[in-house]
Design a protein around this ligand. Structure first.
Ligand SMILES: [Zn+2]
Length: 343
């Protein structure tokens, strides 16, 4: 549709187009329900799907085989085919090459002693004797390293500050994506790998000087570490993967979406999220998850600010009874009114 005019088309959406994951989500939405619904509740596998990528988890291989058949039949009904080449059945812990890749992550389990063992969770939690490891997959790491290397190769003659401007968003994006599960060593490893590429760049740029001189020119010592940076009027510093903070992810309840109108759930989740600062969490609880300015529930990605009800400049205190949490834009409106109210 363009300018509200609908044009009929018989072409499909190109694979990898921006809308294709959404279409896949709509088309495959019922698959999980239908397939797990075919089992008795206690035998049902866990199925996790994103767009047209999915994993089926169960301890019993028979359940896995049956799920595969059910999925193939379900897809056939939709005019789709389960790709044999892209489907594999793996053990998460035992045998040769255990574990599997999903959405750029590698997931596997290892046997461990009782002190590091995972737990079943639930009311009567017991040890399961192994631990789950989630890391960037080897393929994802190779892709990332190649991408960085290509940027360096494509820009090696242009100038270090442009090169850094091109590299930083790639480093930030990758590190953010993996910051949820990776321990720092995974991110540091990328910096270590990339250092060799940067050294190659220094060698290329040495221009009849020694490699050592060229390195000195491009790297500087900061807090005991080597930092890659440009010089000149507008110096740029190369981001390090390891500088991105790793985060804890709080799992979303299955079947819940920010658009389903379950505002209470989402505002509570925000309040309990490990990354929500204590002050905001306390105020959210007091305000029952609503912004005190517009009265709407606060959504997971809303930008929030803490407001002094009576401004600090007018003698308002920094205690909880003079504080409220507001949407960023509501805070702007309130501050503008404050100027009128307290001239
Ligand atoms: Zn608001």
């Amino acid at each position: 549709m363009e300018e509200r005019i609908y044009t009929k088309t018989n072409k499909g959406t190109p694979q990898g187009g921006v809308i294709s994951p959404l279409l896949a989500n709509i088309a495959l939405d019922r698959m999980i329900q239908d397939v797990s619904g075919a089992f008795k509740k206690k035998d049902a596998p866990t199925i996790i799907r994103y767009a047209d990528d999915f994993v089926v988890l169960h301890e019993n291989i028979e359940v896995i085989h049956r799920s595969k058949d059910l999925i193939a039949k379900w897809l056939l009904k939709m005019g789709l085919e389960l790709s044999e080449a892209k489907t594999s059945i793996r053990h998460t812990r035992d045998g040769k090459d255990p574990g599997f890749d999903f959405l750029g992550f590698n997931i596997r389990q290892r046997k461990v002693g009782k002190h590091s063992s995972g737990k079943t969770g639930g009311r009567i939690s017991r040890l399961i004797g192994h631990k789950t490891y989630i890391k960037p997959s080897k393929k994802a790491k190779d892709r990332h390293r190649k991408a960085l290397k290509k940027v360096v190769e494509d820009h090696k003659s242009i100038g270090t500050d442009i090169l850094i401007t091109k590299l930083n968003p790639i480093i930030r994006g990758w590190s953010n994506y993996y910051s949820i599960v990776s321990d720092k060593s995974e991110l540091w490893e990328e910096d270590y790998q990339f250092w060799h590429v940067l050294r190659g760049y220094a060698n290329y740029r040495k221009n009849r000087k020694s490699l050592g001189k060229s390195m000195e020119n491009l790297f500087t010592q900061k807090d005991g570490r080597q930092v890659f940076r440009s010089k000149g009027n507008n110096p740029k510093v190369l981001l390090k993967h390891g500088d991105i903070e790793t985060r804890i992810h709080k799992v979303i309840k299955p079947g819940i979406s920010p658009y389903d109108g379950n505002w209470v759930y989402w505002s509570e989740r925000r309040g309990k999220h490990p990354e929500t600062p204590t002050r905001i969490a306390k105020l959210l609880k007091k305000q029952k998850g609503k912004c005190s300015w517009c009265g709407n529930y606060i959504m997971p990605d809303d930008q929030l600010e803490i407001d002094h009800i009576v401004p600090r400049s007018k003698g308002g205190s920094d205690k909880y009874d003079n504080l409220q949490v507001l949407h960023q834009h509501c805070h702007d409106c309130k501050s503008a009114l404050d100027l009128d109210r307290y001239p």
